[in-house]
Design a protein around this ligand. Sequence first.
Ligand SMILES: C[S@@+](CC[C@H](N)C(=O)[O-])C[C@H]1O[C@@H](n2cnc3c(N)ncnc32)[C@H](O)[C@@H]1O
Length: 227
Amino acid sequence: MSIRLDQTVPFGRSLREYESMFSLSAADRRSRILDCAAGPSSFNAELTAAGGDVWSIDPLYQFGGAEIQRQFFSTLDHVIEQVRATPQNWVWSYHRDPEDLRRNRIAVMERFVADYSGRTGTGRYVCGALPNLPFEADRFDLALSSHFLFLYSDHFDTAFHLAAVRALLRVAREVRIFPLIALRAERSQHLIPVCERLERDGYRVSIEAVGYELQRGGNEMLRIQWM
Ligand SMILES: C[S@@+](CC[C@H](N)C(=O)[O-])C[C@H]1O[C@@H](n2cnc3c(N)ncnc32)[C@H](O)[C@@H]1O
């Protein structure tokens, strides 16, 4: 049994989760990073506070902090209920159990909203949606995308995924995407077609195991680099 969701949910992850989902090194943390489909993640807030250079983009940023928080709380219990109903699908190594997951997601949301709502003049949060990125070519060293591409594989087709990855490669020299499984807890049907096409285009493409696993089997990241 898989998780059933009608639309993308505004759930966010922390810097520590990003570090482990994307195998971020100390050098990565110092690079110019775009977090795409960043949602209410606290990655930007936490890494910026630690001296990093992070921009976040998401269509969610058309809303103010209070509305994002309202959307988050309106789906939180539904998602946690679905997690409880599918115990075979989850690995409790980072979060201890569904209640701990709930607490951690709320803490991340609060950290995000504090930074996002106090953002006047900083412009680190940009409203926009793949496959259209309002940045000049080569603006970033690294683009990260967590829990959007491949995860919502039944909502978005292969052509969308390919256009999205190409958009990310236009603005960043390297792209990393996590996880590679869809909501039904199997590898995305778009993964291999997208990888094959990017290899034909001349990119270096690798699927790598990482140290983070919450959805069982969701412990792989896709890395795409300019040759
Ligand atoms: C589950 S959240 C992931 C948030 C964050 N990346 C994390 O892992 O903590 C998925 C996000 O994808 C965003 N999203 C939906 N459609 C999008 C699009 N076309 N381009 C970019 N982001 C999109 C949603 O607004 C939502 O915030």
